[in-house]
Design a protein around this ligand. Sequence first.
Ligand SMILES: NC(=O)c1ccc[n+]([C@@H]2O[C@H](COP(=O)([O-])OP(=O)(O)OC[C@H]3O[C@@H](n4cnc5c(N)ncnc54)[C@H](O)[C@@H]3O)[C@@H](O)[C@H]2O)c1
Length: 455
Amino acid sequence: MSVLICGGAGYIGSHAVRRFIANGEDVIVVDNLETGHREALDPGVKFYEGDIRNAAVLDKIFEENEIDAVIHFAAYSLVGESVARPLKYFNNNVGGMQSLLEAMVRHNVDKIVFSSTAAVYGEPKKIPIEENDPTQPTNPYGETKLAMEKMMRWVDGADGIRFVSLRYFNAAGAMPDGSIGEAHMHETHLIPLILQVPLGKREAITIFGTDYPTKDGTCIRDYIHVLDLADAHLRALSYLRAGGASDIFNLGSGTGFSVKEMIAAAEKVTGQSINVKLGNRRAGDPAVLVASSAKARRELGWTPKFDDVEKIIADAWTWHCAHPNGYVGLKVGLRNSVEGRSTEATSAVAMGSGSLNVLSTPSMLALMERAANELVNRHLPLEQTSVGTSLNVEHKAATPIGLTLRAEAELIAIDGRKLTFKVRAFDEREEIGAGTHERFIVNRKKFQTKADDKK
Ligand SMILES: NC(=O)c1ccc[n+]([C@@H]2O[C@H](COP(=O)([O-])OP(=O)(O)OC[C@H]3O[C@@H](n4cnc5c(N)ncnc54)[C@H](O)[C@@H]3O)[C@@H](O)[C@H]2O)c1
């Protein structure tokens, strides 16, 4: 029997995959790679690239494999983005859960372990937070996770799919050998942001608020090593396999650290002093968020092994030093429709470099196409071309997270009616990707795809 890990190419999922395999589990991963990385996948794992909202994708996976249980990491998780684009979050998070549970019902799979979040609690009424404390999310992200938990509860009642929902606080750290780690496209987590300063990618770390009612005036949070999280998922699965009833567990270290303490610990680990900027409080940031994990310790037999914050930071530092640009050089196949058929263009996409080097495959393709279009339609009359003509054009594109990207398209070859461009993409600091792009000449006035010509 196999375990299906949804989102196994993501930060936490990729660590969980390795932990499950090390424990002798047969693991299958489904991931649409939207925020995950192919390079983060365990090389030996059976991988389906697809979206869990697609019933056909799930049917194929459940038909081709004997799946005993599902571990569900596949969701969007940026709080700020969820406020700006709530429907995007409901669609993927709630819609993804619905699609997954429907497939599990269709294929008689009756166990699921789910990544929930501390964000379901909203402003805590007391510290440490316990599982039966009120849940009043203050953002759509937390609301979707709460809705997903409720959906599982009702489906358990009706269809007998038992679940464990793990509400985690701040996942941090990396595989101690530095082979995999945190490479979010838009980084919002404190430890990677702090470490960007000694890495030379950020001038200073901003502390938002120094007048909180805490020991040093800065916010206190609970950090948990990603390997301890992975271990908790394994234990949750054993609990369900042993017949345990559906339940919810907090996962945290139980110890809070202030932002200033985290910076001091990072200085100790890296041996470098870290520049700090003082900023105002951010709306909606509670002073203290610390979980009680007593229930998980008691009922799942879970004990965090890496609860020393310096160890957590040291593992993150090993990863970031080994991969300062995240999963750079990731080879991806870009599908580009030319002449109504699909051709492959290969692009080296730099992902996860700092907080800003951001390009998912679709946005890279869109940017390349826009730059090439601009060159073709406005800047490259046929009379001026010859084999080897090299013209540059800039195309600026604002990404959904507000980052301006620039692309340069350069005509590198003319072969009959086919033009080949090299397209390079840059963020505000550096080149972040390059690829080739092909177009066909259809008349002497302008170049366009043959598909356009047929219209
Ligand atoms: N990182 C944290 O501190 C933290 C804290 C609490 C909860 N969580 C939850 O843990 C989970 C994993 O978080 P992460 O930090 O590893 O995020 P991540 O973005 O690195 O991983 C999510 C993975 O799921 C994939 N995915 C998303 N939607 C998909 C879909 N519809 N179909 C297929 N694949 C899809 C992404 O490509 C990615 O690989 C998320 O559900 C998140 O809400 C994370």
